[in-house]
Design a protein around this ligand. Structure first.
Ligand code: CA
Length: 243
């Protein structure tokens, strides 16, 4: 195995799925550490550095939800949640907890690998230097520094939330459909994942302190998608720009 292999923590209590997924990922060149319960997941995560986490929601000892929270306390590592078929609300909960993506069982290992690749590619693209700062006064998005501040205070966004915000904010006023946002933010073209975007927008609004009923930045375009609006700058800012 190449020493620069991406390291994946796989957390799944069903041994058959765990073994199959681990074997598939290893064949694709990833380094995989697999564990079968939530407690071991948290312990492994503290011991090693991982590039990505694949996390089942229903786990013995400590639930996937609790594991996700524990990881998010210290890290913005990409997380893919696995949920059983029909656990619709559960998968939404997963995204609200800060997972970047989810897959519903049963899934093909090939699809999982495609998601892993897309997520790792996205994280890499985001870490490449792009000298760009979007300054909307109260809200400043430092794309090169991967930093967002509201009123001078830095806010903590997941990779997906950051990508969503920068996608919308690059073109204020332009309406993006949910499907477009799925492609741009999640990095693949897959029907039926529009609700993922709704969850990310909800999280993003909460973190920005943007009221959906009276938004400053993120507007819902009913039946279509979302758009970003740059508010008018205060008068003294406008004066400063004229000088
Ligand atoms: Ca399970």
């Amino acid at each position: 195995m190449a020493s620069d292999a991406k390291k994946i923590l796989l957390v799944e209590d069903e041994k058959a799925i765990r073994d199959a997924v681990a074997a598939y990922l290893e064949r694709e060149g990833y380094w995989v550490r697999s564990v079968g319960d939530g407690q071991s997941a948290v312990e492994e995560f503290e011991k090693h550095t991982f590039d990505l986490v694949i996390l089942d929601l229903m786990l013995p000892k400590l639930s996937g939800e609790r594991v996700c929270r524990a990881i998010r306390d210290t890290s913005d590592v990409p997380i893919i949640m696995l949920t059983a078929k029909g656990e619709v609300e559960d998968r939404i909960i997963g995204l609200e907890l800060g997972a970047d993506d989810y897959l519903i069982k049963p899934f093909s290992p090939r699809e999982l690998v495609a998601r892993v690749r897309a997520l790792l590619r996205r994280v890499r693209a985001e870490s490449e230097p792009q000298l760009e700062v979007l300054d909307f006064g109260e809200l400043v998005i430092d794309i090169s520094g991967h930093k967002v501040t509201v009123g001078g205070k830095e806010i903590d966004l997941t990779a997906s939330e950051f990508k969503l915000l920068t996608t919308l904010a690059r073109y204020p006023g332009r309406v993006y459909t949910r499907m477009e946002l799925v492609e741009k933010v999640l990095g693949y073209d897959f029907e039926g994942y529009e609700r993922t975007i709704d969850s990310h927008v909800k999280n993003l609004r909460a973190k920005l302190g943007d009221d959906p009923r009276d938004p400053t930045w993120l507007y819902t375009v009913h039946g279509v998608g979302y758009r970003f609006e740059a508010p008018e700058k205060p008068a003294d800012d406008a004066d400063a720009e004229d000088k």
